[in-house]
Structure formats: C-alpha cells, structure tokens
Design a protein around this ligand. Structure first.
Ligand code: GAP
Length: 516
C-alpha cells in the first residue's frame, strides 16, 4: 500500500469509526473545518491530559491558565500579527486555484527528496546485505546531485522569505518550473501577502463596533497575564505558564485533512527566564519535548528536529519537531526562543510595566521567553497515522483486521466487556464487572454479533483490552482477557482486572518514565 493510499484509508476509517467528521457535512462541509466524533473527542482529551500533566504536574514551576479567545485588538498590533502574520499567496490564472507560494516550493523540494529516497531504495535492493547506506548517500552521484539541488532551492526560499522578496519568490517558482497541479500550466500571478487572522465586529451598533480578531495563537493570552500569574502565584523566574485552547487562521491552502485547519487547538507553554539564559532553556525544552513524543513508543526514527531557515518576527532561535506523516516529515510542534519581544511590546503598547524583580540579583527586567507550541489536531493525526494497520489474522479464524495500535494511555476506550452469549446470566455478570471498572476506565459493553466480529470492531477503534465472560465465569469468577496488539488471550481472575489494566493505562506509569 502506498503512503497516499494509506492516508486515504485513514481518512475514511476516521469517519467510519466515529473519530473525525467533516464539519457541517449535511451542507457539504466547510473548508478545512472538522468535528470530532465520540472516539475522536476521547483521544483528543487523553492527548491533552497527558500533555497538561507532563507540564503542570511534573514541574513545580509551571502553572496553567485559560484565557479568553477575544482579546483587545491592540494586542495583535503589539504582537506583530497585524503587520506580519502573513502568508505569500499566488494564483494560477488557468485553474483559478490559489496556493501558498512557499508551500509550492516546499512541495517541489519534497519531490526531490522522494527521488533521493528512491535512489537509496534501489541501492539497497541492488547490494542487499552488503549495502552501506551512509556511504551510498555520501558518494552516489545521482543522490549528491539531487541533495545539492534541494539545498540550493531551500536556501533561495529562505532568503526570499526573510527579505520579503515576493518577486524573487515568484521567480523561484518559475525557475523550478513548478506547474499548477490542476491546470498543469505555469501561468502564475504575482505573489501577494495575505493576513491570516479572522476578524469580526464587537458591539451591537455597527458604527460603534470595533474590529477584533479571533486569536491566531493562544500564546498572547499568556503574555498579557504574565504579571497576574507571577504575582498571585508568587512565581519565581524561571517559571512557565501553559494553556490549551482554540486558535484560528484563515489558511490559504488548507489540506491534508486535519493537518492544516482554519479552526484548531493548541497546547502552548511560555517559559519565562533570565535574559541571557534563554539558549540553555531552549535546549532544555527541545530535549524535554522530544522525550515526551518518544515516550509514546511510536518509533524514535519517526521524529526529527528541523531548525527554522526563516525565523518568525519574534524569535532568535526556533526548531520544529517533525513527524513522518503518510505525506512525509512535517511539523507537529515548534520550540521557539521568543526573546523579550512580546512582553516588551505589550509594555510599550499598553503603557503598563511588565517587569520582574529578581530577588536573587536585585534587578528588574523583562524576562526572555522560551515557548513550546504543539497542535492538538496534529497530534491526533500523528497518533492515527502511526496506529493504523491492516493485518492478516491467523488466530481468531482466518481473515483480515484493521487495527488502531493507539498507545494505551491515549486509547479512547480502554476495555470492552463482552458476554459470550446474550443469555444464561452472562450479560448480567458482564454488567457487574463493568459497573466496577467504569469508575477507573472508559469501558464499552457489546453483546451483538459473534465474538470474532466484536473483537474486530474493538480493534478498529483501538481498544487495548477485551474482556470475555463465558459460562465458566459464573462458576470460577475468571474471564478471558484478550490483548489488542498480539491478540493473545489468557484466563484471569476478575479481581485482578483493575491491576492488569491499570499497569498499562495509568497516567502515573507513563509520566514516571518522562522522569523530569
Ligand atoms: N505560538 C507559536 C505558534 O503558534 P506555530 O508554529 O504557528 O507557532 C504551533 O504553531 C503549532 O500549532 C504547530 O506546530 C502546529 O502543530 C499547530 N498549528 C499551526 N497551524 C495549524 C493549522 N492551521 N492547523 C492545525 N494545526 C496548526
């Protein structure tokens, strides 16, 4: 199965099994806006909880807030979003389709990288066990030529973006001979800047109403509450403030399912540090965040860092954590050293002093900030892409299964309770078991269809444990527990179920391995 086929299947599966629906579907949907179904919302909540606890519970010096989406419009002037939160757009005159000019070039680079990987795969096939990948990459003329090509284009792209050179960006598109995927032509308009913020009016009378924005990041709600939290929480630098909440961006190119949405959710943390110490903390948070991702056990080789070629208007260093999605390595989280840009500007624009008095140095200063910012929806897509598998089944009768190998801590339903038949007192016994377990775990009861079909249904939604109650259970209080990943079954006492399940799904054991 190609990665493209896998991605299509994943989207279909997410809908069929109640994870993700197109928003306003009965009205044919709304571009790049999605709703989460009964399992999607549980997965999302579990991701948020794992993130929140790893930040707030594990760090004495990190606290959370929940600030409003509507904020004073001057905030977005101070933050630079009114002036600089733009994407360069370009239209194809024949197809009338609009694209992000930088994304067109990035996609072109991705195609070159695909060629490199194909070349390496050919080498691997040709040389078999004797294949030395590092040497091949360092010496093969075709690979070297493509690597140089990709690097040159990437460098030009970064330069044109940094210099805001829109003509240069168009020229790069022409030089790379990039065609519109719809019309196949190179008939492009000039590149223009497009502000990504949604605006609306606040106030009932249109003449009095003031223009406000839907926040494009949650971070500003943290900055403007910096002193409130520092004073009321008696926080000492270094300390962090987190929040989880919705953000809105009028993305020009919204595609790849929930990867790029117009309404999405962020989990952000601003870590306030002494000026001059930001690089130390930047490295600390890069490491800590990568460990959090890898703790989910989806495969260390699926992640990589990518340093930003073009820094955002507020940053002096920035890196993305990228994940190998079915459409290639893409950003899931950003770690940014934001300097004192935001606090200083809010101080200037609001006229309010936003300084911290450091009792250790007896100095007042505007703290520097290191930010970690991760998209909840991208995490959902990451988990689903890594979890989706189609497998031949030898046990439980011949056939195939689709299984979501979601890390058990994040699985929407932790266990299914399944009476073997719908009679002879088995449903009643199953309910007794479920009524005991439901206080600790998200359980699902299912008595319809054969046991094999019920296992398949639970596999498809990613339930790590199935508990089957049979006639023998009524005599010995033992049940069959069946594990999703290897389909192994064993007979265990009902009384041991909480311990067995808890070992795999308790937040405690997952947080412990992060070991802060
Ligand atoms: N406060 C910094 C900030 O917002 P960003 O790199 O623009 O930085 C941070 O966004 C994260 O938010 C990204 O790594 C991504 O996971 C998520 N994100 C950004 N735009 C998104 C979109 N249109 N749809 C879904 N997630 C998005």
């Amino acid at each position: 199965m190609t990665q493209e086929e896998l991605f299509k299947k994943l989207i279909a599966h997410s809908k069929e099994y109640g994870y993700i629906f197109l928003s306003s579907e009965i009205y044919d949907g709304l571009g790049a806006v999605y709703d989460y179904g009964q399992y999607g919302v549980e997965l999302k909540n579990n991701i948020k909880r794992y993130w929140w606890d790893s930040m707030v519970k594990l760090h004495e010096n990190i606290v959370g807030i929940d600030s409003a989406i509507f904020m004073h419009p001057r905030i977005w002037e101070a933050s630079g979003h009114v002036g600089a939160f733009n994407d360069p757009l370009i239209d194809n005159k024949d197809s009338k389709k609009r694209y992000r000019a930088d994304v067109l070039v990035e996609d072109h680079i991705a195609k070159i990288e695909e060629k490199i990987e194909k070349e390496v795969a050919k080498g691997r096939k040709k040389f078999g066990d004797a294949f030395d990948e590092a040497q091949f990459r360092a010496t093969n003329p075709n690979v070297l030529c493509q690597v140089e090509k990709a690097e040159t284009i990437r460098k030009h792209l970064a330069e044109t973006l940094t210099d805001n050179n829109l003509d240069g960006l168009k020229q790069l598109i022409l030089d790379c001979e990039i065609v519109c995927p719809i019309s196949g032509t190179r008939n492009w308009t000039d590149v223009r800047q497009f502000n990504l913020m949604f605006s609306t009016q606040m106030g009932s009378v249109s003449t009095d109403a003031s223009q406000i924005y839907l926040r494009p990041e949650t971070a500003q709600g943290i900055f403007v509450n910096f002193l409130n939290v520092q004073k009321t929480g008696r926080m000492k630098v270094p300390f962090g403030i987190t929040q989880i909440g919705k953000a809105f961006r009028n993305e020009i190119v919204a595609r790849q399912f929930i990867f790029r949405m117009r309404e999405f959710e962020q989990m952000e943390m601003q870590f306030f540090v002494r000026p001059g110490e930001e690089m130390k903390w930047y490295e600390y948070w890069k490491d800590a965040r990568m460990r959090w991702h890898k703790s989910l056990g989806l495969g260390d080789d699926k992640y990589r860092f990518r340093n930003h070629d073009k820094l955002a208007h507020y940053a002096n260093a920035a890196a993305d954590i990228e994940f190998n999605f079915p459409f290639g390595f893409k950003e899931v989280e950003g770690i940014h050293s934001r300097t004192d840009f935001d606090l200083s500007n809010h101080q200037k624009f609001s006229g309010k002093r936003l300084q911290y008095f450091d009792p250790e140095t007896s100095e007042s200063y505007v703290p520097y900030v290191v930010e970690t910012s991760i998209g909840v929806d991208r995490m959902v897509l990451l988990i689903l892409s890594a979890a989706y598998a189609e497998e031949k089944v030898q046990k439980e009768g011949e056939g195939e299964r689709v299984v979501l190998r979601i890390p058990s801590i994040l699985a929407p339903v932790k266990l299914a309770v399944l009476p073997l038949v719908k009679k002879d007192g088995l449903p009643e016994k199953a309910h007794i078991i479920m009524n005991n377990l439901k206080f600790d775990f998200n359980c699902q009861y299912d008595e319809k269809d054969s046991i094999g079909k019920r296992y398949r249904r639970q596999d498809a939604i990613g339930t790590p444990f199935c508990i089957t109650i049979d006639h023998q259970t009524l005599h010995d209080d033992m049940v069959t527990i069946r594990y999703r990943d290897n389909m192994r079954q064993e007979r265990v006492a009902i009384s041991s179920l909480p311990e067995i399940i808890n070992e795999k799904v308790s937040m405690r054991s997952w947080l412990q391995q992060l070991g802060n």
